[in-house]
Design a protein around this ligand. Structure first.
Ligand code: GLN
Length: 486
């Protein structure tokens, strides 16, 4: 087989277990593919080929002694905001350009314990702030479906690495849509788990009450397999929840009988590309064919405040989290002065990019005495209303279905000078993080060769139902078989 890099986790695992393939062969094939694809897409900040080959050899030993777990020996790439011991973790920022963490994020430990192979670290918007991966301090990532277009963001590198077959699956992080939106833009599967489902220990904090790590994969089955490994309580993250983790593969059944699905009308209006609406209508009709009861008459009226609330809450938390980059503890340090205050100021001035500075200023302002009540407190109240509205909807529906993004991937450069236009790319995904509920994006079709994603939202800790709906839809359509033209 010369296109081993095309394998899914499920397929590769079967071949590895039956000794028809070795992890060393698979890893070599992915590294070769990665080297070719990187010339065009630039999805990776760091590639660690030697380490990957060592891990592959170890995985082959484990498999040889009958210890093959579902992810053993399978190559992955990790978003560059998750700490990897001994491997640079830059957050795509100058301020962490040379930062090598002394410890692993919990998700990385869990992957290591499963015997995975780490090929490298994925490009992203600086500190996960952005929707196009153009805010990386190093280089933008390109969409393999059209190299002149963005892959979405902030986990653009992670989504592209899967779409371009550089890695079998990747990890991303999602604060307002950063897993789902790029997954939608690249025609792959991306899940943001419930807040608290996956440990955030070792994830470089952007907005701690919204951040969550999740998988980006080629299929829904693969998504369930990765969720099985990364989910669960972690004593090192006080916001991770001790609920038992089900076997998510058990929920993958190909029909939707008795499921009630609501279509919130606020997600299908304003600024939506007409072709995306047509695709959504067809996708929802397919869900009905599969047995779901669909109600088109759902209304979540507070959705219209989600964007405003998010852009108070996320920057406020970011302004507090990013205060640690003072040039003293770690990371870039401005040294051309003997004045401490000047050193701190210049460290941030040269270390942070424009979008990060914009967020710090917005957040500092919203939290300052005299404005706190008018902005931050108000946004927190809106947050409660949005959460209650979802809770209320889930009394009646098992899931809600929306587009992942109101448009197809846009051109590189098109929105960089207009932050509000850029912020609007996440209008469909932000409310999920505000409410802490889970969401998944699955490929739902193409407009002139450009991907469109369908988003499915569910109750807290009910990832299983989302996976079931996504799986049934995936099996009933052919979108996953389409590969980018590169
Ligand atoms: N695009 C949104 C932002 O810029 C969400 C980013 C994310 O989910 N990390 O904040």
């Amino acid at each position: 087989m010369d296109d081993l890099y095309r394998l899914t986790i499920g397929e590769a695992h079967q071949l590895l277990k039956r000794k028809q393939l070795s992890s060393v062969e698979l890893t070599k094939a992915c590294l070769k593919r990665l080297a070719q694809a990187e010339e065009k897409v630039h999805a990776c900040i760091t590639v660690c080929g030697e380490m990957a080959m060592r891990q592959a050899a170890e995985a082959d030993k484990a498999i040889g002694s009958g210890k093959a777990k579902p992810l053993t020996g399978i190559p992955t790439i990790i978003k560059d905001n998750m700490c990897t011991r001994g491997i640079k973790t830059t957050c795509a920022s100058r301020i962490l350009e040379n930062f090598v963490p002394p410890y692993n994020a919990t998700v990385v430990e869990k992957l290591n314990a499963a015997g995975v192979v780490v090929l490298g670290k994925a490009n992203m918007d600086e500190f996960a702030m952005g929707s196009s991966t153009e805010n990386s301090a190093f280089f933008p990532t390109r969409n393999p479906w059209d190299l002149d277009r963005v892959p979405g963001g902030s986990s653009g590198g992670s989504a592209v690495a899967v779409a371009a077959d550089e890695a079998v699956y990747t990890l991303g992080s999602d604060t307002g849509g950063s897993i789902r939106q790029p997954a939608g833009f690249c025609s792959v599967v991306g899940m943001k788990p419930t807040y608290g489902r996956v440990s955030r220990f070792g994830l470089v904090a952007f907005a701690s009450s919204l951040d969550q790590i999740g998988p980006i994969t080629k299929t829904v089955t693969d998504c369930a397999l990765v969720m099985n490994v990364i989910s669960g309580h972690d004593p090192r993250d006080s916001t991770s929840v001790p609920n038992p983790v089900p076997d998510y593969t058990k929920s993958l059944i190909p029909d939707l009988k008795k499921l009630r699905i609501g279509i919130p009308k606020e997600y299908l209006v304003e600024g939506m590309q007409p072709e995306v609406r047509v695709i959504m209508q067809a996708a929802i009709a397919k869900l009905e064919e599969l047995g779901a009861e669909v109600d088109w008459n759902v209304s979540l009226p507070h959705t219209k405040y989600a964007l405003a609330a998010y852009y108070i809450l996320a920057p406020s938390e970011a302004s507090a989290n990013l205060a640690r980059y003072d040039g003293v503890k770690y990371g870039f340090s401005y040294r051309d002065t003997s004045n401490m205050w000047e050193a701190m100021e210049k460290t941030k001035q040269f270390g942070f990019g424009a979008e990060v500075k914009r967020r710090i200023m917005l957040g500092t302002y919203a939290l300052s005495a005299g404005y706190y009540d008018a902005y931050y407190l108000k946004a927190q109240k809106v947050r409660t209303l949005i959460k209650q509205e979802f809770d209320h909807a889930f009394e009646k529906y098992d899931a809600l279905v929306t587009p992942t993004s109101p448009t197809v991937p846009f051109k590189l450069g098109e929105r960089v000078d207009d932050p509000v236009q850029m912020y609007l790319s996440d209008i469909c995904t932000l409310p999920t993080n505000i409410a802490g509920i889970p969401g998944i994006s699955v490929p739902a079709g193409f407009v002139d060769g450009l991907p469109v994603g369908m988003q499915i939202l569910g109750k807290h800790f009910d990832e299983a139902t989302l996976l079931r709906i996504a799986f049934a839809y995936e099996q009933a359509t052919d979108w996953r078989k389409k590969r980018p033209p590169m």
